[in-house]
Design a protein around this ligand. Structure first.
Ligand SMILES: Nc1ncnc2c1ncn2[C@@H]1O[C@H](COP(=O)(O)OP(=O)(O)OP(=O)(O)O)[C@@H](O)[C@H]1O
Length: 298
């Protein structure tokens, strides 16, 4: 199967700042992936380049087998919804009508359902919507377009927890019914963890982790307890981030646990906790050379 997205050696500089440095990965369809990274890591830059809205500095960027920039045949098959999405001076219903014309796989019924669910008034001018309502409109467009490549750039600005959960549910339901390639940049990776099949972590322009989320689950364990016990337990294993507070030492141990590890932990009175996807992303960024990155997908 050919890749929907194929990126190799991607570089992007802004004057002397390297926003993207040697980024390479492929996405095939169907896939629902998270793009994670701290502020300024390069997520928006990458998504804009994929969406043909920005020039790559160097490297290869292929979407549906061709460069996306000014390529209508490619651009009609994808949508990018940004947090700071701007809209022309139109009413909600006019934005919806334009999108229906633009996107060949537009689902009008889904658009209606989502507009109702987010209580978006069709006659209201977009510029008079609240921040959260404008975000919701982006979500309606992003889902109802049902584009073969759907890019969401932190689509939550101003959305409350209930509305965000509704978004994840809708995204997963629609993806399950109509599998396609979805890349979602997010700071709230644990919230979205259950729906992500893969996670890409950018750090200062570099792709420091690219792996299936199933491979990451259980790939690291937080070990907490008396210092001597923790040291004995993790001896010979790779660890990250030691911390001692109130007589309790905590570290993150890489590698999977076996039943004997659990017995030993009990014997040493240690607490073992699975590390969340968010914590793993932070660790991967802090220590790109760590054993975590060996979980890298092909
Ligand atoms: N047009 C531009 N001119 C100069 N620098 C830019 C421009 N666009 C992005 N940058 C810089 O490139 C880096 C990556 O920015 P980008 O917006 O891609 O990060 P991000 O991961 O999306 O961050 P955030 O999570 O804060 O949205 C940042 O240091 C940013 O300041």
């Amino acid at each position: 199967m050919s890749a929907v997205v194929s990126v190799a050696g991607l570089e992007r500089r802004y004057r002397d700042h390297r926003a993207l440095a040697g980024v390479g990965f492929e996405l095939e369809s169907p896939c629902i992936a998270g793009l994670v990274g701290r502020n300024g890591a390069g997520k928006t830059t990458l998504l804009r380049i994929l969406a043909g809205q920005e020039l790559p500095g160097a490297g290869r960027v292929h979407v549906f087998g061709a460069a996306p920039l000014e390529n209508d045949a490619v651009l009609r098959r994808m949508i990018l919804i940004r947090e700071d999405q701007t809209y022309p001076d139109l009413r909600v219903r006019q934005v919806i009508a334009s999108a229906a014309l633009l996107y060949p796989r537009w689902d009008a019924e889904l658009a209606r359902t989502l507009l109702d669910a987010y209580e978006l008034p069709p006659a209201r001018q977009v510029k008079k919507l609240s921040r959260g309502m404008r975000t919701a409109l982006g979500i309606v467009l992003g889902l109802a377009a049902r584009a073969e490549l759907t890019l969401f750039d932190e689509p939550y600005a101003g959305l409350d927890a209930v509305a965000r959960t509704f978004f994840y549910d809708q995204l997963l339901a629609d993806y399950t019914a109509h599998p396609r390639c979805i890349l979602l940049s997010t700071h709230l990776v644990d919230e979205a963890a259950d729906l992500l099949e893969r996670v890409l972590v950018l750090d200062r322009g570099r792709l420091v982790l690219d792996t299936g989320t199933d491979d990451l689950r259980g790939a690291a364990t937080a070990v907490t307890g008396p210092a001597g016990g923790v040291e004995r337990f993790v001896a010979g294993r790779e660890t990250l981030g030691w911390r001692t507070m109130g007589g309790q030492t905590r570290t993150v141990m890489l590698g999977r646990l076996d039943p004997r590890d659990r017995e030993l932990a009990e014997h040493l009175r240690l607490r073992l906790e699975e590390v969340t996807l968010q914590q793993l992303a932070v660790l991967a960024a802090e220590r790109p050379e760590s054993g975590l990155t060996t979980a890298r997908a092909s």
